[in-house]
Design a protein around this ligand. Structure first.
Ligand SMILES: NC(=O)C1=CN([C@@H]2O[C@H](COP(=O)(O)OP(=O)(O)OC[C@H]3O[C@@H](n4cnc5c(N)ncnc54)[C@H](OP(=O)(O)O)[C@@H]3O)[C@@H](O)[C@H]2O)C=CC1
Ligand SMILES: O=C(O)C1=N[C@H](C(=O)O)C[C@H](O)C1
Length: 260
């Protein structure tokens, strides 16, 4: 019965932030997918409560300052939500988890929220490889490189990568990364995220890139991911849209869906 339903009914999708760089690309990708139906393009000033009944899944690519409020409004409107916008913290994720528990209480087919800092397969794999490798290296630093219209630094992907590296180092009993710097210009050693230095480059011509540098005496491992075009994020976004309706509660990271 379920197969018949999936085969005959397309999934109605709303895109929030539809006029933005990612929003426009997601609209085209949803439009081109035979099993998905783009029913709403929402942007600044649109009332998200009005999406109730017009879509089953909303995709949010907006700005860090509004994304959490959007998710709460979309849950109140009864939609599953896929989020690519950056700026999430343990606290804001916790509030979404609490909200989901409330709206899903007593519902076997509860709502799902899937939040991922990066939907590109190469980036998800790079984060996973970095996490795997981190415990074997004395030194670890992250360099992220993006287009200069990006409003946040460091990138959400770099923050997540650094946190995963730090967790792996702690679990392995590694101490602080070696660094004899005594005197520096402000920012010369980047931001420090859980003990891992993160450097942000903004350069016209770039899209989204990251290097994880891992060092030991006499050797270095570099893990690099490049998104040359926003089409790189689309298979992951579409996968998340199709998956989120089957995953009640909060899912963080596309790696959960890919079983990495
Ligand atoms: N997870 C992933 O794989 C990826 C994540 N990102 C992240 O996605 C986010 C968006 O990136 P990008 O598309 O480049 O940014 P843009 O600035 O191009 O797009 C954001 C859009 O959201 C709109 N917007 C702002 N506030 C609201 C609101 N309250 N409700 C609805 N729409 C709103 C903006 O309108 P206006 O311009 O008028 O303010 C704009 O149209 C960023 O956080 C970025 O880091 C980006 C790429 C991949
Ligand atoms: O703003 C961008 O462009 C991107 N943002 C995300 C991030 O901050 O990690 C994902 C990707 O790097 C592109």
């Amino acid at each position: 019965m379920r197969l018949r339903f999936d085969a005959m009914t397309s999934l109605a999708v709303a895109v929030v932030g539809a006029a933005g760089r990612m929003g426009r690309t997601v609209c085209s990708a949803v439009d081109a997918a035979p099993d998905l139906d783009l029913t709403v393009r929402a942007d600044v000033g649109d009332d998200l409560a009005a999406l109730s009944g017009r879509a089953r899944v909303a995709v949010d690519f907006t700005v860090p300052a509004v994304t959490e409020a959007n998710v709460h409004a979309l849950l109140d409107a009864g939609l599953h939500v896929v989020v690519g916008t950056t700026g999430w913290t343990e606290e804001s994720l916790g509030r979404v988890r609490d909200h989901l528990e409330k709206v899903n209480a007593g519902r076997p087919d509860g709502l799902g929220v899937l939040i991922a800092p990066n939907f590109a397969l190469s980036a998800v794999l790079a984060m996973s490889f970095a996490r795997q490798a981190a415990r074997f290296f004395e030194s670890a630093e992250v360099v992220e490189l993006h287009h200069p219209d990006k409003v946040d630094a460091p990138s959400g992907t770099a923050l997540t990568t650094a946190r995963h590296i730090a967790e792996a180092r702690t679990r392995a009993g590694l101490g602080p990364v070696p660094d004899a710097t005594e005197k520096q210009l402000d920012g010369a050693r980047g931001a420090v995220v859980d003990g891992v230095h993160v450097h942000a480059v903004r350069l016209r011509g770039l899209v989204a890139h990251e290097e994880v540098l891992l060092g030991n005496p006499g050797e270095q491992l570099t893990i690099r991911t490049d998104s040359f075009d926003r089409s790189s994020f689309m298979p992951g976004v579409l996968l998340a849209v199709r998956e989120v309706v089957h995953r009640p509660g909060l899912t963080v990271g596309l790696e959960q869906v890919l079983d990495l």
